[in-house]
Design a binder for this molecule. Structure first.
Ligand code: GLA
Length: 387
């Protein structure tokens, strides 16, 4: 892989003198969806698939970007002194946003760079290809210019750039899962204070299978920001009757007691999801620690139902994949993962049933939706690194 990337870099930028190769993973969230911007818990893990970068410093302040995933766009250039969001600059707005964020935080980037990216995360799949690029950019900036930032800070800078430069009000989950990833472990993160612990994922011979709906989505044009404001409004209403800083502070009982303060039925369902999903995440991690994988799977299923009925972020594509999965023998749990509105599902499937799962869910999807889904049996990998 490394050799192949260096050859491509040479082809695009002339030679490989001074070039270094980097990698940052993608992520999948096992449970705890749409809880991260509500002060709740999440349980994601980094994957072994992700984004590669070949980068070298230049003598001037020019930035030259090329991605093998967007080869038709060719080399896209700009200058360090001109880091502004530009719709015609396409995917380069993500690495540019991180460079802008470093500068905003007082870390001045002294030289431009030649940058080649190549990812094996399906684009727009909900496996966080954009957060992967953000963390990767922060990681190579730190390595090339010696900035003193921790991986946790790289996650926060990635989120800051996505919020401020790319206009998506995302939470911290994706960037954190990627920057702090650890092989064979999921990260149990409390987004209220960023305390976290690693939980080994021992699935007793079961596999994590991702089904990609191939319905493209971008967070920017989805209803993501709308859901976020609905939750904020519901919280403000609840704060009239109970003293809490976030929906994540409420137990199910407390929510039932105070929910009357929420003046719209829709906002009540949104808030209910945020509260119950957070509690499900706590229960799921307990179940996993106790070795009760079946209970973990049931909580995943309940998570999907809540995202479908109360939060309304699934859509026919994701529902078809999950509902077909629930019917297959050997499926321990299945749910949509990520923001929703398209993207992927995550299922835990007994190893001997994986082939049957892919065939049956694939057929049901093709029949109902009219085009194919893609399937990936994934492994949990480490965070960003130099190769
Ligand atoms: C996207 C966002 C995350 C999180 C999820 C939903 O992936 O980037 O911050 O809100 O959606 O759980």
């Amino acid at each position: 892989m490394k050799e192949q990337l260096l050859r491509k870099f040479e082809e695009v930028f002339g030679d490989i003198q001074g070039a270094k190769v980097y990698f940052a993973p993608g992520r999948v969230n096992l449970i705890g969806e749409h809880t991260d911007y509500n002060g709740g818990h999440v349980f994601p893990c980094a994957l072994t698939i992700g984004t590669y970068a070949v980068v070298r410093k230049r003598q001037d302040r020019a930035l030259q970007f090329y991605s093998t995933n967007f080869a038709h766009l060719g080399v896209i250039g700009c200058f360090l002194d001109d880091l502004v969001p530009d719709p015609t600059a396409d995917w380069t707005n993500y690495p540019k946003g991180v460079m802008w964020a470093f500068e905003e935080k007082g870390m001045k980037i002294p030289f431009g760079m030649d940058i080649l990216l190549s990812g094996n995360i399906p684009n727009g799949s909900g496996l966080s290809s954009s957060a992967s690029v953000e963390v990767l950019t922060g990681f190579f900036l730190r390595d090339l210019f010696g900035f003193e930032v921790s991986n946790q800070e790289l996650a926060l800078i990635g989120q800051f750039s996505e919020n401020q430069f790319n206009g998506v009000n995302c939470g911290i989950m994706d960037q954190f899962a990627i920057a702090m990833g650890k092989a064979n472990s999921a990260i149990f993160l409390d987004t209220a204070d960023l305390s976290y612990e690693y939980a080994p994922i021992e699935l007793e011979g079961a596999k994590i299978v991702i089904a990609c709906s191939n319905k493209k989505r971008g967070l920017g044009d989805s209803k993501y920001n709308e859901r976020r404001s609905e939750c904020e409004e519901a919280l403000a209403e609840l704060q009239q009757v109970v003293s809490v800083k976030s929906l994540g502070e409420l137990s199910e009982e407390a929510f039932e007691q105070y929910k009357g303060a929420i003046k719209s039925e829709v906002r009540m369902r949104r808030a209910k999801h945020a509260v119950y999903e957070n509690q499900r995440t706590l229960k799921a991690v307990e179940a996993l620690k106790a070795g009760d994988i079946l209970c973990f799977g049931e909580l995943m299923n309940a998570s999907h139902v809540s995202l479908r009925d109360d939060y309304e972020v699934t859509g026919v594509e994701l529902d078809t994949l999950v509902e077909a999965a629930w019917k297959v023998e050997g499926v321990i749990g299945s749910r949509m993962t990520g923001a929703g509105f398209g993207g992927c599902t995550v299922s835990i499937v007994k190893e001997k049933c994986v082939e049957d799962f892919i065939r049956r869910v694939g057929e049901a999807y093709q029949v109902k939706i009219g085009y194919a889904a893609d399937f990936y049996v994934v492994e949990i990998g480490d965070g960003p690194r130099v190769l």
